[in-house]
Design a protein. Structure first.
Length: 346
């Protein structure tokens, strides 16, 4: 009987559902490990007012894992109410279930059943955590939303709570996986924030799975502005004294792609750690500039190869936004990585 590929996606934000979609193409059994430091937008309001763990990225993964993502309920689960603090229905459902069951993990389990999910979603920690960091200019920044939208690249980040406990189910999934995919997504707030939970980094260091980092396609305002692919990898490797990666997937297109992700729009609420409401049009002049591909020159690739066994450079351009990976191309590349890394271990 053929073995079903056991895959784990580690991340958060809008990138993780792309990895989940690619893993579904591969026919994998999927567990998603989700960052828990989010404090912006609807999630920030619910964290502050309901005292719940952040539901937003969990909701996105649940939607991506829905048995039928196009079903009316799956679409309603992602539906936003602009006249109610821009809350997504799924965020409200998770909040209500967590209050009724007195368990955020149980709330997720109920939603998995409601959506007939084909995989499981695990918060990286069930402890309340917040994030801080220091920019390359030496300024301390407090709060995940401020790190994401602050307009300056980060030098390093940390969780404010010392040694938060890893979710045992997340650890178990990583240790028993055949493939672990980190990203694509925001480096610090979506990926590193998971690895700042010691038990998660430890599980990643000790698993026998093939561990792959999918580098984002497009540079982002704040957080990683101006960082090359090699800089991204260096930050991940710095999270543990033991090796964390077996392979890196790098996007390279013959024609550079640009995206304007922050068109003027409604105010974006920064969350519980901030007392202001920031308009997308007022944050920074740079925010109105187009974001281009993350630098991935020959020197960058050579630098990565000095620390990671396998580096695959592929064109992940698709018919959707320039910021996202084509799902089929990503699935194909992940299959290549599995074959290559397994062959190297034989």
């Amino acid at each position: 009987m053929e073995h079903t590929l056991r895959a784990v996606s580690i991340g958060g934000g809008t990138g993780q559902p792309r990895a989940i979609a690619a893993l579904r193409h591969m026919g994998a059994s999927i567990d998603s490990v989700v960052a828990m430091a989010d404090d912006g937008g609807s999630t920030g309001v619910l964290r502050e007012q309901a005292g719940i763990l952040p539901p937003g990225d969990v909701r996105k993964c649940l939607s991506a894992l829905a048995g039928d993502p196009a079903s009316a309920f799956a679409r309603a689960f992602a539906h936003r109410f602009p006249y109610i603090d821009d809350h997504a229905l799924g965020n409200l459902v998770l909040t209500a279930l967590a209050e009724e069951t007195d368990s955020f993990a149980q709330a997720i389990s109920v939603c998995e059943d409601l959506l007939q999910c084909v995989g499981r979603v695990h918060p990286s920690t069930l402890d309340p955590v917040t994030m801080s960091g220091v920019t390359v200019a030496g300024q301390e920044v407090h709060g995940q939303a401020r790190i994401s939208y602050g307009g300056c690249a980060m030098q390093r980040v940390w969780l404010d709570q010392q040694d938060p406990a890893a979710n045992p189910r997340a650890v178990e999934a990583i240790l028993s996986a055949d493939l672990v995919v980190l990203g694509p997504g925001s480096l610090f707030t979506s990926i590193v924030s998971n690895l700042q939970v010691p038990g998660i980094a430890g599980a990643l260091a000790h698993t026998h799975a093939v561990r792959v980092f999918v580098c984002p396609k497009i540079d982002s305002l704040g957080e990683t502005q101006g960082m090359s692919v090699a800089d991204h990898v260096d930050q991940l490797l710095a999270q543990s004294e033991r090796p964390l990666l077996d392979a890196v997937l790098v996007h390279h297109a013959s024609t550079p792609e640009f995206v304007y992700p922050y068109a003027p729009g409604p105010a974006y609420r920064m969350g519980a750690l901030a007392d202001e409401v920031v308009s997308a049009r007022d944050i920074d002049t740079a925010k109105r500039a187009p974001f281009g591909p993350i630098e991935a020159g020959e020197q960058d690739i050579a630098r990565i190869k000095g620390n990671v066994p396998a580096v695959l450079v592929r064109d992940f351009t698709g018919s959707e936004s320039a910021a996202v990976h084509d799902v089929q191309a990503l699935a194909t590349a992940l299959g290549e990585v599995l074959d290559q890394c397994r062959s190297a271990r034989r």
